[in-house]
Ligand binder design. Structure first.
Ligand code: ADP
Ligand code: MG
Length: 417
């Protein structure tokens, strides 16, 4: 039977328990159901997953969801299974027997959503299997991973379009990202060959997030004081290195804060367990490298602290975006020192020339942001190609203006270095 708006709404209520679509969700879902390609740019927490989960449920066959992280896939598969929807994943965490079971279930038509890592998609045996399956459409989540201008480039993402065409050229595609710098957007559309897609872009303003930059002087004292004044609240502290993550987790521990570390150097089981402990509220604070957080749906994160400066404004926006997904206030504090920028710049020294130049530009944009007295939200939105007429009134520069304008000087230092 035909899929109507009423039947979509009914499914929304029945499976997810929501009585209304948010923003453009309905239009996006209809676009996929009608077999058209979509490019969705919505900030973190806006509800992008539903834009492919719901059509996957109502359409015939299995939807392929390409997703960059095992943790992210597991998170969503668990959620869908809890809703009574058959979702599975294919990635390197599965045994041979598990892989065979998943494939058999897909071929039998029982699976509505199949999450696949791009590197698994590349394998010939998986391609052969997908050619036999009945696929409803392909969703490419975290599509910015395709762009070197994005904050999380994955080379395997570059091959996605060719692979999709090998499976079936006519499948509708929906690409989704919370990244919206015009540069990255163009890159994604070009690489995925999605110039014909309907573009759905919503505002990137996260009104409930308070942005503040602080000096790194006495950072540990400031940190403890802040966390103590948010006792029992969930928060994430981002650090640049694994070593620093361990140190800060320990610092919090001796100060009786329930915190755990997360970084790529930990055993996968430990990483998974720490993430679960944070999601299940057994601990309050996750001290992490940027390896943590993409796609993690924890609605009540009340603060995100950057212990060290991020590599780009993009990354910063994504990481801070993990606060306040429930719509309630979130505090985002970045501890800044120019030394961090120099350190980040040094990491790039062995890269190829263009890559190095790109990294410098991203860093200098970061320096401007931290140093200039202009409304932080205005600057962030400008970066995403959005114009804000008024100051936001909900950032440090709006609420407690301080005269620090070293930007020009520091930017020229980065670019020369
Ligand atoms: P994104 O991928 O855009 O960062 P998610 O898909 O993880 O966001 O969704 C964020 C939160 O919003 C989730 O908790 C999700 O259940 C919720 N959500 C999505 N759509 C709706 C809706 N129509 N009504 C209420 N809550 C929604
Ligand atoms: Mg998402």
């Amino acid at each position: 039977h035909p899929i109507t708006i009423d039947s979509l709404k009914e499914q929304l209520k029945k499976t997810f328990g929501f009585s209304q679509f948010r923003g453009e969700q309905e239009a996006i879902i209809l676009n996929t159901v009608q077999g058209k390609n979509s490019f969705v740019l919505m900030p973190t927490g806006a509800g992008k997953s539903l834009c492919y989960q719901l059509p996957a449920i109502v359409m015939e066959g299995t939807a392929i969801v390409i997703s960059p992280l095992i943790a992210l896939m597991k998170n969503q598969v668990d959620q869908m299974l809890a809703f009574g929807i058959n979702a599975q994943f294919l990635n390197s965490s599965l045994t041979r027997a598990e892989i065979n079971r998943v494939k058999a279930e897909v071929i039998s038509g029982a699976v509505k959503l199949l999450y696949i890592a791009p590197e698994s998609l590349n394998k010939q045996e998986n391609l052969n299997f997908l050619k036999q399956a009945k696929i409803s459409f392909v969703a490419i989540d975290e599509a910015h991973c395709i762009s070197e201008w994005g904050h999380d480039f994955r080379p395997e993402y570059r091959k996605i379009r060719t692979i999709i065409e090998t499976i079936d050229e006519k499948m509708p595609i929906i690409a989704l990202t919370a990244t919206a710098t015009p540069k990255v957007q163009i890159d994604i559309q070009k690489t995925l060959n999605l110039e014909d897609a309907t573009v759905f872009k919503s505002s990137f303003n996260r009104k409930n997030l308070y942005y503040e930059i602080r000096s790194k002087k006495d950072i540990d004292k400031q940190l403890i004081r802040f966390i103590k004044s948010h006792n029992g609240k969930a928060g994430i502290i981002y650090c640049l290195s694994r070593k620093r993550v361990e140190e800060i987790a320990e610092l919090l521990h001796v100060n009786s804060v329930k915190a755990l570390p997360y970084h790529a150097g930990l055993e996968p089981q430990v990483r998974m367990a720490n993430q679960e402990a944070f999601l299940n509220e057994e601990v309050d604070v996750m001290v992490a490298t940027i390896a943590f957080g993409m796609g993690i749906d924890k609605p009540d994160v009340r603060f995100v602290i950057h212990y060290d400066a991020p590599k780009s404004l993009e990354g910063y926006y994504q990481e801070t975006g993990r606060a306040g997904r429930d719509g309630l206030d979130g505090t985002c504090i970045l501890f800044y020192t120019y030394d961090d920028i120099l350190k980040l710049d040094k990491f790039n020294k062995d890269k190829a020339v263009t890559e190095k130049e790109n990294a410098k530009i991203l860093l200098s944009e970061m320096v401007y942001y931290t140093n200039i007295g202009v409304c932080r939200r205005k600057q962030l939105l400008h970066y995403f190609g959005e114009h804000m007429a008024e100051n936001c009134g909900f950032c440090d520069n709006c609420m407690h203006p301080t005269p620090t304008f070293k930007a020009e000087e520091e930017v020229s230092l980065v670019l020369k270095a």
